[in-house]
Design a protein around this ligand. Structure first.
Ligand code: KIV
Ligand code: ZN
Length: 403
């Protein structure tokens, strides 16, 4: 296996870690809609859920495996604690997928061992390879995570990873579970793993990180420079507590600054080839879809997908932009799929322009829903000169939430 690829694998966990955001619960149909959007976006792997957690999550993973996990679609992954019951359930849910992955994990930090697992290091050293080997009886593609790796003793971590790889893990994922590390520490951790785990070349190094200190994306970029080749991230950065590393920020950093990152991936510095498989023009649409279905709004100043990310307010900036966009913009709004279109929706607009704008905002409405929303739109348009995206979202949410 070539584990030193010059491409970055995007592992999306919006439907698993992202769904663990308080209040963001999704039903099977909503998860399927998002999974389709993620496939259009071009993610390599979709972590579709935690099948043992609930019958609903089992069904969602199974449905996504069947509908989205086709031969030319993304790999579908299910999370499992390092227990036979969890792994078996994940294996069953993933059966319909052309490419299925089991992601199994056990904590390795002394804090987690003492207070949560109540297990010794020796026990964890035995369980990790045993459960990886069990997962291999369901699929060849097994990912292993030492939870809370960021606060684990590195020497112990190296040993656990070596055993997990020897048992067949093809990806080893290094989670900064509580978002504690700084970028140079995270980069150093990945470098230490590369230098001290003897069989590390037999696995892809992945990273997973939370945003408790707002450092997840910066940490991942340092990890890439030190050998990480898979990034676990979520749309809009949703996830436990302060969330996960945001997919759109990582992908656009690797896109806009590709020439800076090229040498770390063994590429010629001037290469223009993208570093990920993501179709960046799908980013805005996918962000809206996730925000609409989870009910988690995106802050206006959020990098890449916030309402102000491409807006210019001050006279000096507006003047500069009108003379040349390069003065205050490092990327085009078009590159994330914003059309910059000048169509202003108002009372003279037709159903076609209205439907198009809703699709750009990430809404996939049935004909009946669209007709109802269009009537409400005409009502509002009679009272207002110009209809903003916020108005449109309010109209659609009102209409689609009514019985
Ligand atoms: O944050 C974490 O450690 C996780 C693991 C299950 C990878 O989500
Ligand atoms: Zn996590």
């Amino acid at each position: 296996m070539n584990t030193q690829s010059d491409r970055i694998i995007i592992f999306d966990t919006t439907l698993r870690d992202g769904e663990q955001s308080p209040g963001a619960t999704l039903n099977v149909d909503e998860k399927l809609l998002i999974a389709r959007g993620l496939a259009r976006l071009g993610v390599d792997i979709i972590e579709a859920g935690f099948p043992y957690a609930s019958p609903g999550d089992f069904q969602a993973v199974q449905k996504i495996a069947e509908v989205v996990g086709t031969e030319d679609g993304p790999t579908i992954c299910g999370l499992a604690r390092a227990t036979q019951a969890d792994i078996k359930r994940a294996g069953e849910a993933l059966k319909p997928a052309a490419k299925g992955r089991i992601h199994t994990f056990i904590a390795t930090s002394d804090i987690h061992l003492k207070y949560k697992l109540k297990k010794s290091r020796e026990e964890v050293l035995a369980i990790a390879p045993e459960m990886v080997a069990y997962a291999k009886t369901f699929t060849n593609d097994v990912e292993f995570s030492p939870e809370d790796a960021g606060r684990s003793d590195p020497e112990f971590l190296y040993e656990v990873l070596e055993r997990a790889i020897a048992a067949g893990a093809t990806t080893v994922n290094i989670p900064d579970t509580v978002g504690y590390l700084t970028p140079s520490e995270f980069g150093g951790l990945i470098r230490g793993i590369k230098e001290n785990v003897p069989n590390i070349d037999q696995a892809i190094i992945s990273v997973h990180g939370h945003n408790d200190l707002g450092l997840a994306v910066a940490n991942f970029l340092e990890a890439v420079k030190n050998g990480a080749r898979q990034l676990e991230c979520t749309i809009n950065g949703i996830g436990e507590r302060a969330g996960n590393a945001a997919l759109e920020e990582l992908v656009m950093a690797l896109y806009v600054r590709r020439q800076y990152f090229n040498p770390f991936l063994g590429r010629p510095p001037e290469s223009e080839a993208p570093l990920t498989n993501i179709d960046t023009q799908q980013i805005y649409k996918t962000s809206r879809l996730v925000s609409n279905l989870t009910g988690m709004t995106v802050q206006p100043n959020k990098a890449i997908v916030g309402a102000n990310a491409f807006a210019h307010e001050s006279g000096i900036h507006q003047d500069g932009i009108l003379k040349n966009k390069l003065t205050y913009e490092i990327m085009d709004a078009e590159s994330i799929g914003l059309t910059n279109n000048q169509i202003i929706l108002g009372k003279h607009s037709g159903r076609h322009a209205f439907g198009n704008r809703l699709r750009e905002l990430g809404y996939e409405l049935s004909d009946t829903e669209l007709n109802k929303a269009f009537l409400s739109f005409k009502d509002v348009a009679d009272k207002k000169k110009e209809i903003t995206d916020w108005d449109l979202e309010a109209i659609v949410n009102d209409e689609t939430q009514q019985p």
